[in-house]
Design a protein around this ligand. Structure first.
Ligand code: 13P
Ligand code: SF4
Length: 302
């Protein structure tokens, strides 16, 4: 089937099902284009919390769809590729976290939304890359156990006086971006600004002009006059930026920064998910209720 036919069928079926399509900024261009809303993790969870639709088709990875279920248990949440996971989220589980909490009984647990629902259920509060430093600062404690991204955690530690205990997780896509990639791009485009995601390694962040969530990048590029932008993040980001600001030049630090899980969702899979109302994401109710406390707490302070 041609893309136009697929898009036509998806739009008709979406209306019949009273569904909304949410897409992360790293999704394939054609998937972002068909979405009712494309954004970063924080914006997507805010949207999932307030939509009136009966069905959410979540074009992202598993933890994002789980967050939608946590916030909207009465809605049907579909993840068109059931195997779209986040390797970083899988680097922490509830058993390991309970053990770490015993080692650091004074610490409050801040979990990045890139975690499973059972890890969120063991956490005091969640954060995203857009609000991590603000969340940490908002807490009435001097000691934070930060799970699972050690790079985001390290970046936050440079913005706070609190003691940060870092989990050893990382994003396999963002650690592919190396300082030499940024240095080489800066040499080729001397007037360019360097914008990176906080999941990058500290050595890369040290070379950046701006460290932003994917939603922050959209706003920055919209408002900033710079014409050349070196991007230290997943390359799907360029589709969104180019669509909104076609006159600017986007230079990926490396073409290797691709998240394979984010690319699993296609127009065909979205159509099939809407036809079959599957694969559906579910979260056991006892875990959902505890995880919701941590997510709601985050949403109440941003
Ligand atoms: P954002 O919240 O910045 O969109 O990041 C999500 C993510 O998974 C980055 O790898
Ligand atoms: Fe997870 Fe990294 Fe992919 Fe984001 S880019 S979903 S953190 S593996």
């Amino acid at each position: 089937m041609r893309n136009e036919e697929l898009v036509d069928k998806i739009i008709k079926l979406k209306e019949r099902r009273n569904a909304v399509i949410l897409a992360h900024n790293y999704q394939l261009g054609e998937v972002q284009d068909i979405a009712d809303f494309a954004g970063d993790s924080l914006e997507l969870s805010q949207n999932a919390a307030k939509t009136n639709a009966d069905v959410i088709v979540f074009c992202g990875v598993h933890f994002m769809a789980e967050t939608a279920v946590i916030l909207s248990p009465d809605k049907t949440v579909l993840l068109p590729a059931s195997n779209a996971g986040c390797p970083m989220a899988d680097m922490a589980n509830a058993v390991q976290l309970k053990e770490k909490k015993r080692e650091h009984p004074q610490a409050m647990v801040v979990s990045y939304v890139n975690t499973t629902a059972e890890v969120k259920a063991e956490s005091d509060i969640c954060c995203t890359s857009a609000n991590a430093a603000g969340v940490v600062e908002s807490l009435d404690t001097g000691e934070i156990l930060f799970v699972p991204d050690r790079n985001l955690g390290h970046y936050v530690s440079t913005k706070t006086d609190k003691k940060m205990i870092l989990w050893p997780g990382f994003c396999p896509t963002h650690v592919r971006i190396l300082p030499q990639h940024i240095l080489k791009a800066k040499e080729e485009y001397p007037g360019a600004v360097v914008v990176v995601h906080p999941e990058c390694m500290a050595e890369v962040i040290a070379l950046a002009d701006e460290v932003l969530s994917t939603g922050g990048m959209v706003r920055y590029v919209r408002q900033n006059r710079a014409e050349d932008i070196i991007l230290g993040t997943e390359i799907g980001m360029i589709h969104r930026l180019r669509k909104e600001n076609p006159e600017k030049r986007y230079i990926p630090a490396t073409e290797q920064a691709i998240c394979p899980d984010m690319k699993l969702i296609t127009l065909e899979k979205i159509l099939r998910a809407l036809e079959e109302m599957s694969p559906r994401v579910k979260v056991p109710e006892d875990i959902r209720i505890r995880a919701k406390v941590a997510v709601d707490r985050m949403l109440s302070i941003v």
